[in-house]
Write a protein that binds this ligand. Structure first.
Ligand code: ADP
Ligand code: ADP
Length: 213
């Protein structure tokens, strides 16, 4: 399976990814997680990406296309992948098609996490993450067993620098302007499935449960 998750910040992509990944034995490629790791490690890529990320703007297409091209070569991605947060522009979608064409494969399904903007501020400002695994929690909707601590590793949780009401506004503007056209791009190819992303997590899981058809 080759799957893509599209949705605004806080729509639940990161929460649903591990469930889909385990069900289908796919590799999970989240460009946001990879970029944050590069920023933390101060790699040349991270240095280039930092400013745009802090402002809630998209980093350049070349930068993320390069990351994905590299990551898809991993042996664990051979059976298929879940792209979480990529492509976010039509140019990125076209580049992805070119990469897949070379391998003689194509995207099977694009899950659109449809949700109203008004719900997202509470989701984003209450989010706590475990940086090295990408696991996310929510103070109200998905609290960890011990506040501020990852359930699995016992390591501390952090809040993302860009998870503020202020930066969310820019991220949503970028989503509507640059990423919504990506949904139309895949709708024309007939591979879109729409999810009711405002529902509780287990109900969203039920909706994507039938990816086989
Ligand atoms: P994304 O990866 O799309 O930005 P996340 O999966 O990280 O979104 O979810 C954002 C926040 O909302 C997290 O704190 C998460 O625990 C919480 N969350 C995710 N899905 C739901 C849901 N269906 N209902 C309520 N809260 C949710
Ligand atoms: P969220 O989970 O809240 O949707 P991400 O973690 O996916 O956000 O992305 C965080 C930031 O990383 C984005 O605001 C953007 O600056 C950058 N980013 C991630 N993926 C891409 C992409 N495909 N194209 C451009 N910028 C990206």
């Amino acid at each position: 399976k080759r799957l893509i998750l599209v949705g605004p910040p806080g729509s639940g992509k990161g929460t649903q990814s591990p469930i889909i990944k385990d069900d289908y034995c796919l590799c999970h490629l989240a460009t946001g997680d990879m970029l944050r790791a590069a920023v933390a490690a101060k790699t040349p890529l991270g240095i280039k990406a930092k400013e745009a990320m802090e402002k809630g703007e998209l980093v350049t297409d070349d930068l993320v296309v390069g990351i994905i091209d590299e990551a898809m070569k991993k042996p664990s991605c051979e059976k298929g992948f879940i792209l979480d947060g990529f492509p976010r522009t039509v140019v990125q979608a076209q580049k992805l098609d070119e990469m897949l064409e070379k391998q003689g494969v194509k995207v099977d399904k694009v899950l659109n996490f449809a949700i109203d903007d008004s719900i997202l501020e509470e989701r984003i400002t209450g989010r706590w993450i475990h940086p090295s695994s990408g696991r996310s929690y929510h103070t109200k909707f998905a609290p960890p067993k011990v506040p501020g601590v990852d359930d699995v590793t016992g390591q501390p949780l952090i809040q993302r620098k860009d998870d503020t009401a202020e930066v969310l506004k820019s991220r949503l503007a970028a989503f509507h302007k640059q990423t919504e056209p990506v949904i139309d791009y895949y709708a024309k190819k007939g591979v879109i499935a729409h999810l009711h992303a405002e529902k509780p997590p287990n109900e969203v899981t039920t909706e994507h449960g039938s990816l086989d058809n």
